[in-house]
Design a protein around this ligand. Structure first.
Ligand SMILES: [Cu+2]
Length: 199
């Protein structure tokens, strides 16, 4: 009750006609929610249950989604759209010199068949190098591989793309590079399978 009263008092001060009206609406809603919570808080058992439920929810959601999220990168880059991984290796120059080149074979890139992935790091260390495949327009699950160093800044691995119900779809391959303290992410967009009915 007190909160609502405070809310409406605050509202009359804040409320300005025009584009700020939504703030007024929002504040009113928050006031109502707070007032409801206050009455719920009088029941200690309910509070305990709510806390346990909230913690469980956070744990379940966090556990389920954490591997799907791309880690925070210090430097995020996107390959030139003119470079097509279905036809060539794509090299992305780094601002402070050096470059990152990604090759996916065979070409054009098929689905549900083995791919050879190679990342060539130039002028940048690779403590760990991973490649994440994600659907651009749809959720395609967790598709990430760790690339192993093979010398001279080259990292490689095999992988395969899952088949899509819609057939051809847009994919984003993101190289995740931990260069020892600095995290880089380099994204490359391509379609696969490149031609309808290519597999
Ligand atoms: Cu799909």
């Amino acid at each position: 009750m007190l909160i609502v009263a405070f809310g409406s008092a605050g509202m009359s001060l804040v409320a300005v006609p025009g584009p700020t009206a939504w703030r007024c609406q929002l504040w009113r809603r928050i006031s109502v929610i707070l007032a409801n919570m206050k009455s719920l808080l009088r029941n200690p058992l309910l509070v305990d249950a709510a806390i346990v439920l909230a913690l469980l929810l956070v744990a379940v959601v966090g556990y389920h989604y954490s591997p799907l999220l791309l880690p925070q990168a210090d430097l995020t880059m996107t390959a030139d759209a003119a470079c097509n991984l279905n036809r060539q290796a794509c090299r992305v120059p780094l601002a402070d010199g050096g470059s990152v080149e990604l090759t996916i074979l065979p070409r054009p890139i098929p689905v549900v068949s083995p791919l050879t992935i190679e990342a060539k790091l130039n002028g940048i260390a690779g403590k760990t190098v991973e490649l994440d495949f994600a659907g651009v327009d749809m959720q395609m699950g967790h598709n990430r591989v760790v690339l192993s160093p093979t010398g001279n800044g080259v990292f490689s691995s095999t992988a395969s793309l899952p088949v899509c119900v819609t057939g051809r779809m847009n994919w984003r391959a993101t190289l995740l590079i931990d260069s020892g303290g600095r995290h880089l992410s380099v994204a490359y967009d391509f379609t696969a399978p490149s031609e309808a009915g290519s597999h």
